[in-house]
Design a protein around this ligand. Structure first.
Ligand SMILES: [Mg+2]
Length: 127
């Protein structure tokens, strides 16, 4: 599984990366702009991401806008990248918006739990 974590919280990124790296290569980005650049590069290289974990509140480009642009790129490339939003529990409305407007697949809640994450990765046929 190739994955990318997009989160401006470095500690959260590291914790999630530790889990995801058990199952394959995992890139990290601190904002949506950098994430889209990495996404484009992997598409060009022919090794697109299987999963992107996307924080909502970030500087430069937030998760909502990033998701919108990701879905545009998906459509152009004939892809349908799995996207889990990262929730800090404090933003249920943002998560709801991401589902209805951005077509995300699911969400993960901080602090991340290994058993919950593995169950999700299994359910979405990612591992
Ligand atoms: Mg954030």
């Amino acid at each position: 599984m190739r994955s990318m974590i997009v989160d401006d919280d470095e500690m959260g990124r590291m914790m999630l990366a530790t889990l995801l790296e058990e199952f394959g290569h995992c890139d990290q980005a601190a904002n949506g702009k950098d994430a889209l650049a990495l996404f484009d590069r992997t598409v060009e290289e022919g090794v697109p991401y299987d999963l992107i974990c996307l924080d909502i509140i970030m500087p430069v480009m937030d998760g909502t806008e990033t998701l919108r642009q990701l879905r545009e790129r998906d459509q152009q490339q004939g892809l349908r990248t799995k996207v889990f939003m990262i929730s800090a529990c404090s933003s249920p409305q943002d998560i709801e918006d991401a589902f209805f407007e951005g077509d995300c697949d699911d969400y993960v809640v901080k602090p991340f739990r290994r058993d919950v994450l593995i169950e999700m990765l299994t359910r979405y046929n990612l591992i």
